[in-house]
Design a protein around this ligand. Structure first.
Ligand SMILES: *Cc1c(COP(=O)(O)O)cnc(C)c1O
Length: 377
């Protein structure tokens, strides 16, 4: 390989600088940045690929399947998956895991109707379109949680069809969690026999096992599959995710492929072999207790941010045990500096484990500075 030209070298340095700078002021998206995977740098020398099923043999052996299986076991345990009846794989992100959940539901209930709340992540709509599944949007309550009454009424109107629920375990905007127990009670009352519940736990799936009271979201609560993002709460230099599903479900779609000497059970063929190693490293170095501490830190910072915002007269609020603080969208300059998303006049900050009180103080100072300027104008 040739070396980079001087000009391209400069471009690359500028990119590194930009990324480093933009990583500093980052409060608006649910992505952790407090990781150090430098011990894994050596692995960038190899084309690590977990082609095929993580639990099946494969002829391609430059892989990290062993670590991947340990990652899956860890999540199976904290998501209370039934012993010997779970399966999963490390995905490219939460969206792929959600797509898998819907795909599984469609294979089991080809005539099913999908129900999901208006606060559901935008990618779900696209996946339903790709999978060609009929679906109905359910109203949300003010806090972003699904409106159980609307869900109940809508299901009753279509009670001849199997029910497929796409539940939110932490919505994108307000981190609201749909309650699986309440949803199951609705299905029970309507005497629905055939149903499937998928939980989109992109952000809060990996937080919820550490919360008290524990939200109703996992396999013991009645989920058939759960998807999370690996680069959100855990943190990873490349996007990743974890998908877990009851094994008895996935056995109905597994298909053997001679070319790779494995089972074709995953959505993509080649799969990132590096991302399971990042997740494995995080789980091994932090452990259950370390992850719990990060959750506690995030909750403390969120409480601090909510209080500070209220103290300067801003109507901030958050859902119970959420690390997302919602408030009326601030001045454009503040949104730009802190990379704050906004929707329908609302912004939020997400107090990921790397967020500090000092950053919240700086944000508060910025909000005050720009609201004064607005008043002077
Ligand atoms: C981020 C997110 C997703 C999508 O996850 P990716 O990892 O970005 O693919 C889906 N649902 C919710 C609620 C999210 O927050």
């Amino acid at each position: 390989m040739n070396r980079l030209s001087v000009e391209d070298q400069r471009k690359l340095s500028a990119l590194c600088e930009k990324i480093e700078k933009n990583t500093q002021n980052f409060l608006g998206y649910p992505v952790s940045k407090d990781f150090d995977y430098s011990e894994l740098v050596e692995l960038l020398k190899y084309p690590v690929n977990n082609l095929g099923d993580p639990f099946a043999e494969c002829t391609y052996a430059v892989d990290s399947r062993e670590m991947e299986r340990e990652v899956l076991e860890f999540f199976a345990e904290i998501f209370r998956a039934p012993k010997n009846d779970w399966w999963g794989y490390v995905t490219n992100g939460g969206s792929e895991g959600n797509m898998y959940g819907l795909y599984m539901a469609r294979e089991l209930h080809p005539k099913g109707m999908v129900y999901y709340s208006a606060a559901t992540h935008y990618s779900v709509h696209k996946n339903l379109h790709l999978l060609n599944m009929p679906n109905i949007v359910i109203r949300t309550q003010k806090n972003g949680e699904i409106d159980y009454e609307d869900l109940s009424n809508t299901i009753r109107m279509n009670r001849h069809m199997p029910v497929i629920i796409m539940a939110n375990i932490g919505t994108t905007m307000t981190e609201a969690k749909d309650d699986i127990n309440k949803i199951k009670a609705i299905l029970n009352d309507a005497a629905i026999q055939n149903y499937y519940i998928h939980c989109d736990g992109a952000l809060s799936g990996s937080i919820s096992p550490f919360l008290e009271p524990r939200p109703a979201f996992d396999f013991a609560d009645g989920a058939d599959s759960i998807a999370i993002s690996g680069h959100k709460f855990i943190g990873s230099p490349t996007p990743s995710g974890v998908l877990l599903v009851k094994k008895s479900h996935r056995d109905r779609i597994a298909r053997s492929v001679a070319y790779i000497g494995s089972l074709d059970t995953t959505i993509t063929g080649s799969r990132n072999g590096h991302s399971p190693i990042f997740l494995w490293y995080a789980i091994k170095t932090l452990g259950y207790e370390g992850l719990k501490k990060r959750v506690e830190h995030s909750l403390n910072i969120a409480a601090y941010a909510e209080e500070r915002l209220k103290s300067i007269g801003i109507e901030a609020w958050r859902n119970h045990n959420a690390i997302t603080v919602v408030f009326p969208q601030p001045h454009e300059m503040v949104r730009k500096k802190w990379q704050l998303a906004s929707e329908k006049g609302l912004s939020h900050i997400i107090c990921m484990p790397n967020v500090t009180e000092a950053q919240i103080d700086e944000l508060i100072a910025d909000i005050m500075k720009y609201s004064e300027e607005t008043i002077l104008l």
